[in-house]
Design a protein around this ligand. Structure first.
Ligand code: ZN
Length: 335
């Protein structure tokens, strides 16, 4: 048995037809986890769909109504970049329910992994870039709504900027508390910019956001996160891990979260069709280990979502996502 639970449903599959997003990856990851012996059936828990009230903690009533009634405009549907259907909406409500469950499991037992989710391009009033509902934001807001957390940190390591996240949890400039921001920028050779301390934006809830992404990639406009690391093309394992280490160190100097939400995109991989970084499969596993080690050392619960992954070989994407579970097992299984 794994020392944590995996949240999964066969219904995570997205009914989007032939698409660069490999919608079958969730079922393939589930299968590989079982066949490799890394997980057993008892390690999995099945989520319930988020309620409309949960989704409305993040998204506008108008947008939710359009999704539920199939009345998005052609432009809005095009911007989502996935074909609308009632089944698609169901799958996104379920992914959000999965992230709520993963966050809850993390708060109870230290770790919760959603074998899905991570739809960080969804905005309160519209979907973008294959993302319809921002499941991670929904999970954070729900945990806050239940009085379980006041402070969350999002560590977004997908190759694409977390623009939806930044729109939902905009950072608040607080230069008075940034004595070291000059040196941080210098240390990161000007690829890290806009260190903003994030203050309360939703009553008592505070969310600190890190987005480490390829600078020259989607989306064209990248709204500021608390920490943005704009990586140059072809960043390799060692460079990436160095920047991640510095981003995490500076984040924890400024913020003390009760929950870490790790968005573990598989698309920083060197053979990704939609990415331009140069990480290896091994480098991505070391990335995951680094995040988990930080969470464990600081005794902060961590929930994981999977986000993107568009390797030429779907098999590689599956391996990278399964390795996230392997990394968590190695870090949290050891006492
Ligand atoms: Zn991505």
């Amino acid at each position: 048995m794994l020392p944590f639970k995996l949240v999964y449903s066969d219904d995570y599959y997205l009914p989007i037809g032939s698409h660069v997003f490999p919608a079958e990856k969730y079922r393939l990851i589930h299968k590989r986890l079982l066949e490799s012996g890394l997980a057993e059936p008892g390690d999995f828990v099945t989520p319930q769909p988020a309620s409309d009230e949960d989704v409305l903690l993040v998204h506008t009533r108008e947008y939710v109504r359009k999704l539920k009634t199939g009345t998005l405009s052609a432009t809005e549907e095009m911007q989502m970049e996935v074909p609308y259907s009632p089944e698609l909406v169901k799958a996104f409500w379920l992914a959000a329910g999965g992230s709520i469950l993963a966050a809850d499991l993390a708060l109870r037992s230290g770790v919760g992994i959603n074998i899905g989710g991570g739809f960080h391009h969804a905005f309160p009033d519209h979907g973008e870039g294959f993302c319809v509902v921002h499941d991670v934001a929904v999970a954070i807001k729900r945990m806050h709504h239940e009085g379980k957390i006041m402070r969350a940190m999002i560590v977004d390591l997908d190759v694409h900027d977390g623009n939806g996240t930044a729109a939902i949890f905009p950072p608040r400039e607080n230069p008075g508390n940034l004595p070291s921001s000059g040196s941080i920028r210098h240390d990161l050779r000007r690829t890290m910019s806009d260190l903003n301390l994030h203050g309360p934006s939703d009553g008592e809830l505070e969310v600190f956001t890190i987005s480490m992404h390829q600078a020259h990639n989607y989306p064209a406009y990248k709204p500021p996160s608390s920490i943005d690391v704009h990586l140059p093309d072809a960043t390799n394992d060692e460079e990436y891990l160095g920047w991640l280490d510095q981003a995490l160190s500076s984040a924890f100097r400024h913020f003390d979260p009760e929950l870490i939400c790790f968005i573990a995109g598989a698309d920083p991989y060197k053979e990704d069709q939609l990415g331009g970084l140069a990480l290896t499969i091994d480098g991505l596993k070391r990335r995951d280990e680094l995040v988990f080690k930080v969470a464990k050392t600081r005794n902060i619960p961590v929930m994981v979502t999977y986000a993107g992954g568009y390797a030429h070989r779907v098999d590689d994407t599956v391996t990278i996502h399964c390795n996230t579970v392997q990394a968590a097992k190695e870090i949290f299984g050891a006492s």
